[in-house]
Design a protein around this ligand. Sequence first.
Ligand code: NAP
Length: 497
Amino acid sequence: MGTAVGLKPLPFLIAGEWIQDTPSHITHINPATGEVNYEVCAATEGHIDAAVHAAQKAASNPGWRNMLPHERARLLNRIADLMIERSDLLARCQMLENGKVWKECKNQVANGAATFRFCAAAIETLGSEITPPRGNYLSMTVYEPWGVVAAITPWNSPITLTCNKIAAALAAGNGIVLKPASFTPTCGIELGRIALDAGVPPGILNVVPGSGSKIGDALVNHPLVRMVSFTGGTEVGRRISEFAGKKIIPAVLELGGKSPHIIFADANLKAAADAATVAIFEGTGQSCTAGSRLFVERKVYDQVISMIIERAKSLRVDLPDAPGAQLGPSASFSQREFIEKMVNGARNEGAEILIGGQRPADARLAKGAFYLPTIVAGIRNTSSIAQQEIFGPVLCAMPFDNEDDLIQQANDVSYGLASGIWTADYKRAWRVARALEAGMVWINTYKQFSTAAPFGGFKDSGLGREKGLQGIRTYQQVKTMFWSMSDTFDGGFSIAK
Ligand code: NAP
């Protein structure tokens, strides 16, 4: 993996122009090697203001605002085509920046392109609605864009998560100011380039990398921003939601998780152990839906944990571009430090580390932010390692005795993003699935995703939904029209309806 030290800092995009002359830069460190990847120009509050104004101007242009659905769909499909054409470049941006393995990065590009195609098809077919009249009129519901959407994304899956936001927001007719995470600025920048090359009018998609703590407030609080779409941690999400509340604008919040993955004794234990391994270790555990709290019915607990340990041992931790690599490094050195702190804290409190709990011994990986797949046992669900999101390859394993005990423990957490249930008893699956406080329930499977299915969390895991048809409606506001069919005025309170 090469680096680009000495090259000019990479520019960002406002109003179709590439901005290169900035007072500060983001220095990007490759988490797999510790080397500098490149520098990226960092936006200031002034750039945020310019980007929001550009988005507002472009979004209110009738050429964009009144674009016919099939024309908008053509643009979205063109973006998907360009994503596939530039798939290696996009995948490489992500791999260099967050250390995810090559295969996962390539799959994210394919899925991102599929999201654009889904939104293209949806916007061509999603209609306005005629609602039942209660008088001599036609009543209709139509959907309007919000105007300027601030889209703020995290570092763990920048391609997927950016596409979820911008495909739907563009389909819905908005202008966008995208602020990518500082650890992963270039995927958003390259997607901005693709949108421009596809023919999206300049100013409709602006990309402004920069430190969230410095420019985030200016973006969210900008008076012309009419909606915020945020994916990231709960703490920042709460702050954004407070600002949005004060402004009375909607905020879609896709936040953290600490998802229960549940295995009953009657389940297909082999498949469940396979899934439990992937559910936590894929992506080096840096997934909001990671099955990080494993609950296994006590009578099969030892058997299942042994199976998962065997599988975890066989996982290949390696440089992200090594053929066959399954786990890359953590996305940053600070992230690995946090993982180590959490695991060491649990160890000091008496937890058993069944596997991992340390950096790999392989000298080739010594300069990267690598950490071995880790299973922590002998803990209670109330312990901090079981309650706090770690966002690393760390599985908390706990036994349960019966269904009531299980549901109580599974729901005893501030988050409510995802969950998984393994059982052969379909009635129990139904009961438990309905009782779980989670936006997603996988039954006898885990981590199935569809661009056609809504995604989002309960409780501290967020508010609102992205993806699916609901995900497009998220980026639109509702307008109701009453259209008189009478020659005289017959409205008002004096008429009973
Ligand atoms: P984060 O620290 O909350 O940052 C997310 C984004 O917010 C980054 O672009 C960050 O910029 C920006 N930001 C920081 N402070 C801000 C502020 N005051 N105002 C506006 N923006 C601000 O989260 P992360 O560490 O990047 O990502 C990990 C988290 O994302 C985990 O909790 C994970 O569960 C969650 N996540 C959720 C989902 C989901 O769909 N539910 C999906 C993926 C990840 P900087 O990078 O410059 O700090």
